[in-house]
Design a protein around this ligand. Sequence first.
Ligand SMILES: C[S@@+](CC[C@H](N)C(=O)[O-])C[C@H]1O[C@@H](n2cnc3c(N)ncnc32)[C@H](O)[C@@H]1O
Length: 194
Amino acid sequence: MTTPGPESWLRPFLPRFREAGPRVLDAGCGPGVDAAFLAAEGFDVTACDRHCPPSAPWTGPVAYVFADLCALPFRPASFDAVVASLSLHYLPWSATLAAFRDSGELVRPGGCFLFRVNASDDVHHGAGQGEQLEPGFFRVPTAMVSHSQTKRFFTEADVRAVIPTGFRLEHLAHRAIRRYQQPKQVWECLVTRD
Ligand SMILES: C[S@@+](CC[C@H](N)C(=O)[O-])C[C@H]1O[C@@H](n2cnc3c(N)ncnc32)[C@H](O)[C@@H]1O
């Protein structure tokens, strides 16, 4: 678990999260930076991943659940918000659609689903490189493997296509961030369940 820094990509979304309610799922939490940030902001956070996070203490009441994003072990509508940061872009298209649908089902009506995914111009992290298995889906060169050998790089149309039925788009933006000492291009998207 990583101690949260003072700033987070999540900060602009805190008012929306507070409006939704306290129960937040961090789906594909990795080392737990977002989970720790949200817990420090007073949210009741559940974090899940298929890999155990480091053993350093969580800063706040975070429940960690070992889980696969393709078989999430939570009841429908059991969270006020779901966050999936850079975790739902490793799958073939049919599994991608299913994972977004299943993640969305965990959000209560009126709650929100915030996600970030690789953008199609994310060239420093494998976009357009290696064997293309499906449009936008690559077996990336070994030097660009992080978490998975396969990575999906989303166009704006792809992002719009994965928004689950019954959700309304509130925010969609292309962002340049940094990961592994390299620039990284992502889509950031917030949707609300009707
Ligand atoms: C690039 S890291 C992002 C971690 C964190 N959300 C962040 O933004 O720093 C991707 C994470 O998604 C997790 N992940 C990818 N596919 C997964 C799956 N099918 N089930 C569970 N976790 C998965 C990986 O284990 C990894 O921790």
